[in-house]
Write a protein that binds this ligand. Structure first.
Ligand SMILES: Nc1ncnc2c1ncn2[C@@H]1O[C@H](COP(=O)(O)OP(=O)(O)O)[C@@H](O)[C@H]1O
Ligand SMILES: [Mg+2]
Length: 250
């Protein structure tokens, strides 16, 4: 069986930069329609891992399967097609500040499809409404709150109807209310779009708020994996220590 049935399957992935061994044999299976959080401290290799999934980095060894297709050795053209399967929500909303909200969300449509202005407008409004944003098409990103900008970023990420969404540190730098808003948005996206979601984060509270499965990344390895309750009950010393930094406060 090679990545069969899973949305994403990673097998024994290793990656080093010079002397810096970042990933030391990562194996992870992400089920269709699930939300998997890859939880780890800053610098643990979360972004490096996710860059392999979208083919921005090549592994030194190991396999990466996306919807049953091996991509570790795929050519650039094939990788471009694989990337179209993903919506990416980056740290910060990464919106174009000089464009209106509507133009931001329309951007991937204009890049990849040839639709009429009316069709574009309709899709943009539909996607914004889906995430609770009404009448903001003509506003500029700077006129919206942090949480609303995140939602615009998500609307743009899913405007081409990808089956999977990757969130890189979606709650980093947000205040508690905006964090809750973004957590709600991730859950909504999963429910409304039935997408497969991968969230990479060091935010323990956010991880436990959105995850079906949590994979704890530490020292180049996944040291714990499972449903949130199982991960919370982990006996692994690092996991216990890491989680205590959050759970001891509540
Ligand atoms: N392109 C690169 N070249 C060299 N080292 C890198 C590169 N990208 C990441 N690293 C290193 O890999 C490690 C993990 O980085 P990263 O995945 O960004 O961490 P995280 O996202 O968990 O905060 C860090 O030590 C970082 O310096
Ligand atoms: Mg990162």
């Amino acid at each position: 069986m090679n990545g069969e049935g899973a949305a994403i399957e990673i097998r024994d992935l290793c990656k080093r930069f010079g002397e810096n061994e970042v990933l030391k044999g990562i194996s992870l299976r992400v089920e269709h329609g699930s939300t998997t959080v890859i939880l780890g401290a800053s610098g643990s290799g979360k972004s490096v891992l996710i860059k392999h999934v979208i083919g921005l980095l090549r592994p030194d060894s190991g396999e990466i399967w996306i919807e049953g297709e091996a991509i570790a050795q795929a050519g650039e053209r094939r990788l471009n097609e694989v990337r179209r399967k993903f919506g990416m929500v980056f740290q910060g909303a990464a919106l174009f500040d000089s464009m209106t909200v509507g133009e931001n969300v329309a951007f991937p449509l204009r890049e990849h499809l040839s639709l009429s202005e009316r069709e574009i407008r309709a899709i943009v409004t539909e996607k914004l409404n889906l995430f609770g944003l009404f009448g903001v098409e003509d506003k500029y990103p700077a006129e919206l709150s942090g949480g609303m900008r995140k939602r615009v970023g998500l609307a743009r990420a899913i405007v081409l109807n990808p089956g999977m969404i990757l969130y890189d540190e979606p709650t980093t730098g947000l205040d508690p209310i905006a964090t809750e808003n973004v957590n709600g948005m991730i859950v909504e996206a999963r429910e409304k779009l039935q997408v497969t979601s991968v969230v990479i984060s060091h935010d323990i509270g956010a991880a436990f708020a959105v995850a079906d499965a949590i994979a704890v990344l530490h020292d180049g390895r996944i040291v714990e994996y499972g449903a949130p309750a199982a991960v919370r009950a982990s006996e692994h010393p690092h996991v216990r220590q890491f989680l205590s930094t959050w759970f001891s406060r509540v």
